[in-house]
Ligand binder design. Structure first.
Ligand SMILES: *[C@@H]1O[C@H](CO)[C@@H](O)[C@H](O)[C@H]1NC(C)=O
Ligand SMILES: *[C@@H]1O[C@H](CO)[C@@H](O)[C@H](O)[C@H]1NC(C)=O
Ligand SMILES: *[C@@H]1O[C@H](CO)[C@@H](O)[C@H](O)[C@H]1NC(C)=O
Ligand SMILES: *[C@@H]1O[C@H](CO)[C@@H](O)[C@H](O)[C@H]1NC(C)=O
Length: 886
């Protein structure tokens, strides 16, 4: 410390002498300290050449502010005023990124602001007008550059004006963005940006979204609150609510972190890396897939997925140009330029050109199709092309035949993704201009027809030839369709999930696939989605009546990951094949453009949470036993009764539905896998609900059917008690104080008798004392015997064993409930973890001090409040074992 002080002060003296020698008129107005500079002050690379342009360092020397050149091979080098992490040489911020300076251009600090100007006095960069006079410029140990006034109030800071990077301690607030540099050498703003919105972190290319943080397979969604800012720290990346501690989305980052930085690279990837020892370690990047980067293969370049990287080529009908972009092979065709040049305007033939379309082969897709809905619904191909032809900003279209969706690609064209998946019925058409030869300005038809036919689908010509050609093309298209239809006719009647009838494409024929509805049928059945009867992790549920008068529940799946859509058909086929009296029947589905709907059996009494936790009539004990048994049977069937073992992953009262006469059915099975990205079959991202999640979810060990058994055990305890496991409990001694006698919990929870109780722990303690009767729902007022309660509590505790192997299989649970198997004996040594959870729960409840908000407090993770009635869900990653033997 002493040594560095001496070193610093000698450096200060040197600086002083050096600048003093060159500019005898130049006076520092205050004492110069190397982590704080007072105005007036002037710096250039040459002025501080002995310190390689550095004139300000943070207190411990971690960061420096300097004017330095990028390592450009080409001279002259570009110089920037920037902040650099000293050990790793990483630039964390630069001022004049869009206007580089020379080695003698100057940075000046005055009381009015910080400016970078060239020798001719031209302003290259400056701070905005500030509220009061600057007293000092400081570089903090975090890397933040501050301008403060005489009262040490921050007037401006580099952390609030980020460039392409974010470091630990910095917050990226909603509305702010990081913008990529053009290249390592040229810091000017490039085409990519990372935009913080109140729901997600978006990556955009020319303002078009191509990636969301929530899509990353390591991202957990923790709450449905509104994001306020992004922050990175030693444990992860967080999108936090305004309270600064509730994470809406989080990505854990493990391992020792050295100096950690998140940077939006010039190639369009957001990368978080750490400088550990002497090396950079990449900890997270997105998008993972090269082909998801919009310009990876340049304009119209075709990106083909390889296991580790994308490879580029041109689609057929195009060739590579010297600059690497793809242009039409046919030299009489050209790509339209931007709107301003009249060539593309409205197909006008100022340059003797007309508009045509080059068709892309099947299996091609475009990044924006997944993020922007279609521009138009229910238009056929030629109408879709007409829309595009009439708008000079439209450069290409995608048309999905089955749903008749029309996607317009406007202003900029990126790379095309080769994505031959069965349900991709989208077909791309690139707009081109057809030039007639100058010698023959009007008679261009023959010329064009030659190439238009095989490749171009539609040609718009000056009015005279227009209708004739339309007719020819229409006839030809009809003929082609007929041809294709006859080839695929045999498939037409069987259930087919993909909607295309192309012969070039593999058909997936899955026996037993449920009925496919079209969107109008569902809109009619639900009277335009009028009556919403629920909303779950997957989206809203509407009540509907089909034309045959049967009542259905229509679930509109909204939270499907982009990758999830890929698996939709496979999953539907599996779910559709599962028939059991205790499982909600899938009656059909609908694929409408990018939307997915499930048509499900309607259960008129709703989900179990309502009668169990609500204020309505009390569920009698025998009804509870029936519900427990039906649920167990349904799960047992999922686990072992059907061909594909299905792990539900989200067993909770909300997913147990009831119908008259105590019909019990489980819903939402088989859907977990559709939710989020699935990467190369290695990881499956799944969703469960806090409070019902088995410990193995949190330790990242293998998830199995036994994880459902655990959740079932939790539900069983809630059935016994008629309350959420993690909610406040009025102890029996205070029952007399409770006014209404009913469940009375909310009214008395603020009274002295209420204390937070983690019910599973209470159940364990009462089991050890063999005092079961006290555990039953107080609203039953004794209409249940101790033996009856003992049966369910003991089964539940066996289900909760920490060691999955010690939990009974669901089939055995059924037998125990039916009496065919003797009751298991809970093993206390495998239940001790409940004591730990209980302690954590009590602590957190005290901190939160709220009773009803806390129903999901699991104890290991900060419970988030649940005011909106949405489920607090936690997305987890687990190993391949999830899908079981497939
Ligand atoms: C001014 O504020 C900075 C950080 O906010 C602090 O490190 C520094 O000690 C303060 N200086 C004075 C003179 O209060
Ligand atoms: C990182 O931030 C999160 C969210 O605010 C917090 O829960 C966590 O404890 C922090 N980690 C460290 C090491 O500070
Ligand atoms: C072309 O499309 C853009 C974007 O949808 C729209 O803003 C513009 O008004 C359209 N122009 C014409 C002439 O329709
Ligand atoms: C397009 O869809 C229509 C009806 O939606 C169908 O009859 C036709 O065969 C489809 N054409 C192609 C090429 O898939």
């Amino acid at each position: 410390m002493g040594f560095s002080l001496i070193a610093l002060s000698s450096a200060v003296v040197l600086i002083f002498i050096f600048s003093g020698a060159l500019f005898p008129f130049f006076v520092f107005s205050g004492p110069l300290s190397t982590h704080s500079i007072r105005p007036p002050f002037i710096a250039s690379y040459f002025l501080f050449i002995d310190q390689s342009g550095t004139f300000l360092v943070s207190p411990n020397g971690t960061f420096k502010a300097s004017i330095s050149g990028t390592k450009a091979q080409t001279s002259p080098s570009r110089y920037y005023f920037s902040i650099t992490h000293v050990a790793s040489d990483a630039i964390v911020w630069s001022a004049n990124r869009n206007a580089s300076m020379s080695n003698s251009d100057k940075l000046s600090l005055s009381v009015d602001g910080l400016r970078v100007a060239n020798e001719a006095g031209k302003l290259l960069w400056s701070t905005p007008p500030l509220n009061s006079e600057i007293a000092a410029m400081q570089l903090l140990e975090t890397g933040n550059l501050l301008l403060v006034d005489a009262r040490n109030i921050t007037l401006w800071e580099s952390f609030e004006n980020p460039t392409d990077s974010i470091v630990v301690g910095q917050r990226l607030r909603v509305g702010k963005s990081l913008e990529s540099a053009l290249s390592e050498q040229d810091q000017s703003v490039g085409d990519y940006r990372l935009l913080m919105t109140d729901g997600d972190l978006l990556l955009q290319w020319k303002r078009m979204t191509y990636f969301k943080l929530s899509m990353h397979e390591k991202a957990f969604k923790n709450s449905y609150g509104e994001v306020s800012f992004l922050a990175i720290n030693d444990t992860g990346l967080y999108l936090l609510e305004s309270d600064g501690s509730t994470a809406v989305i989080q990505v854990p980052l493990s391992g020792p972190s050295g100096f950690r930085i998140g940077k939006l690279g010039s190639e369009g990837r957001f990368v978080i890396s750490s400088f550990i020892g002497d090396d950079w370690v990449t900890e997270l990047f997105g998008p993972v897939d090269d082909c998801h980067i919009p310009f990876f293969c340049g304009k119209i370049g075709l990106c083909t997925r390889r296991p580790l990287s994308g490879t580029c080529s041109c689609p057929s009908g195009f060739r590579v140009q010297a600059n690497g972009e793809c242009i039409p092979t046919d030299t009489s065709l050209s790509l339209p330029s931007d709107c301003k040049s009249n060539a593309n305007r409205n197909g006008s033939d100022q340059f003797n050109s007309s508009v045509s379309y080059l068709q892309l082969a099947y299996g091609m897709d475009y990044f924006a199709n997944d993020f922007n809905g279609p521009m138009e619904h229910s238009v056929d191909l030629s109408a879709c092309q007409d829309i595009c032809s009439q708008n000079c900003s439209c450069l290409a279209i995608f048309h999905e035949n089955a749903s008749e969706s029309c996607y317009l690609l406007e202003k900029h064209l990126g790379s095309i993704i080769l994505n031959p998946r069965p349900e991709n019925d989208n077909r791309g058409y690139i707009k081109v201009l057809v030039h007639s030869s100058p010698e023959n300005p009007t008679g261009n038809n023959n010329n064009n027809q030659k190439h238009n036919f095989p490749i171009a689908a539609l040609v718009l010509l000056p009015p005279s030839g227009f209708f004739l050609l339309i007719t020819i093309v229409a006839v030809a298209i009809l003929w082609l369709r007929k041809n294709r239809l006859s080839k695929t006719k045999n498939n037409a009647e069987s259930g087919r999930c993909n909607s295309s009838s192309s012969a070039e494409q593999e058909m997936i024929d899955i026996p037993g696939l449920p009925r496919r509805f079209n969107h109008e049928e569902l809109a009619d059945a639900t009277e335009n989605f009028k009556t919403q009867i629920g909303s779950g992790g997957f989206g809203a549920v509407y009540k509907g009546t089909l034309s045959d008068k049967s009542v259905v529940a229509v679930k509109k799946i909204t939270s499907l990951g982009v990758q999830g859509k890929k698996d939709f058909c496979t999953e539907i086929a599996i779910i559709g094949n599962v028939h059991h009296v205790n499982l909600v029947r899938l009656k059909g589905f609908c694929v409408h453009g990018r939307q997915r709907f499930l048509v499900l059996e309607y259960m008129n009494r709703g989900s179990l949470d309502r009668p169990l936790f609500g204020n309505g009539p009390v569920l009698e004990w025998q009804e509870r036993v029936e519900i427990a048994l039906g649920t167990a049977r349904g799960l047992a069937y999922l686990h072992s009764g059907c061909e594909d073992r299905i792990i539900h992953c989200d067993v909770k009262p909300e997913n147990i539905l009831l119908h008259d006469n105590l019909h019990v059915k489980i819903s939402d099975f088989g859907l977990s896998k559709l939710l989020s990205p699935e990467q190369s079959g290695l990881f499956t991202t799944m969703r469960g609900t806090r409070g019902y999640l088995a410990p193995e979810w949190l330790t990242n060990s293998a998830i199995s059917d036994k994880s459902d058994v655990y959740s079932y055990g939790m539900v069983l305890l809630e059935i016994v008690r008629g309350r959420k496991n993690s909610s406040f409990q009025t102890l029996s001694h205070s029952r007399e104080n409770s006014s209404s006698g009913g469940n009375g919990l909310s009214s008395s929870s603020s009274g002295s008798g209420a204390r937070p109780i983690y019910f599973p722990l209470l159940a364990l303690e009462m089991h050890e004392k063999r005092r079961y009767a006290e555990l039953a729902d107080q609203r039953l007022e004794g209409r249940v015997t101790s033996q009856e309660v003992e049966k369910l509590v003991r089964i539940a505790l066996c289900c909760l064993h920490e060691e999955p192997a010690l939990r009974p299989a669901m089939a055995n649970v059924v037998s125990m409930l039916e009496g065919g198997l003797p009751l298991g004996e809970p093993r206390v040594e495998s239940l001790n973890f409940l004591r730990f959870y209980g302690r954590r729960f009590t602590e957190i409840s005290r901190l939160e001090g709220s009773s009803e908000q806390n129903q999901n407090g699991f104890g290991l993770i900060n419970p988030t409040s649940n005011t909106s009635g949405l489920y607090n869900s936690l997305t987890c990653i687990s190993s391949q074992q999830i899908s079981g033997p497939r």
